[in-house]
Ligand binder design. Sequence first.
Ligand code: SF4
Ligand code: SF4
Length: 441
Amino acid sequence: MKIQLSPYVHLFQRDVRCYLYNAANNFFCEIDTDTYAHLKDNDLRALDRNDVAFLKQKGVLLSPEAAANILLDQKLKYQVHSYQQDVLGLVLVPTTGCNFACPYCFEERKPNVSMSDRVARQLIGFIKGHPNAKSINLTWYGGEPLLAFGRIQQLLEAFKTELSIPIAKHHMVTNGYLLTPEVADFMGKHGLKSVQITLDGTEEQHNRTRCLKGNSAGTFEHILSNIDVLLKHQPQIKVSIRVNVNKSNADDFFPLYSMLSKRWSDKSIYIYPGFIREDTPDGKNLCSRCITVDDGPEFFSMLRNRGANLNHRTKLVDKGCMANQINSYIVGPKGEIYKCWNDVSNPKRIVGYIHRKQLSNSNLLYKYMTETSPFDDPTCRQCGVMPLCSGGCAWYRMRNRFENGRFNVCSIYKNKQFLEDALLYNMANRSKKHTMPLIDV
Ligand code: SF4
Ligand code: SF4
């Protein structure tokens, strides 16, 4: 029977050792030099019979039919996720108001709107209007969602009494300033599973930029104390700390990471760099201050050399994001619906309203759902790490396609050296506790 090498297999050597990685199923192993040479030379007839059986089992060697279908197989999985209706994805924005006055923040220029009782009632009706949904994945987002903690309380109580489906995943993105013991206890009681809090760097740097409105006093230590409270009161809630970095403060990440890791050495907490994305003046690319996907490998290798225990575990990504999932909605405080977090408060990006049957911007919804697919992109179709990426961010993909953008949407694993380093690092550190989350760049 004819066999061929999968297009997702990556072969490489380090020192005198040879390795094989299959991105289609995330299989990685060391191989002997003969097998390596035969695979590299595509001399498959020279392979040992037992090796052929093993390599077929691991999807490294494929029948011509399986090889011809490998992309279609992925496309099918991607589309199934896009149109599945058993999970309702909801990002709720109870308010667009914020208690911080960060100088770079676009929230400053947005209207400060909070969800009314009427919209809250409509929201319950909207959820009930999805009879195929068996569970909800819920995220609180803002503005600063905890400025509307009363609304969050009321909605969570209403979900409990009025809905027949459970909240399967429950997450919150907050600046952490209002995370009091009362908030922690209530959210813990209502099954909050994780919280993401952003810092702007070291204490000095953070206090320069993340100040309260009308008060220049720093917020760093207050936020850290709140995290202490949360970890003490509700240790089951996972905390991730996103540290905003660009080229001007990249060197600050490691000292902060070390300090926070020591402070919470016995806690389930994740500290990771979030690359700030700012456009060039023409809006076509990221500006030179940004750490881009091309700069990422150098940044992470610097951290690894300094001893930061990064977790760059390769993982399969067989679906897009909310933007191209039909049953996922970002609901603003007026009941307006968006498909991407980046669109919140932009009236041109409202695709509909929770109380109306008709869409208000069907063209945008159709574009997100159908025109951002990596399976229509010739580069992605040929890409050896497609199973680890699935095409990147749909928001930037749209801007590339329809606004002449030049944004690099690729996965960091497209960089072969980075992929190899990550695979080897994780192989060598398999048993070690990782203190960083999977990092999506
Ligand atoms: S389009 Fe990009 S930014 Fe928007 S939800 Fe998807 S991944 Fe996130
Ligand atoms: S976006 Fe880049 S890394 Fe991702 S599948 Fe397409 S070409 Fe590959």
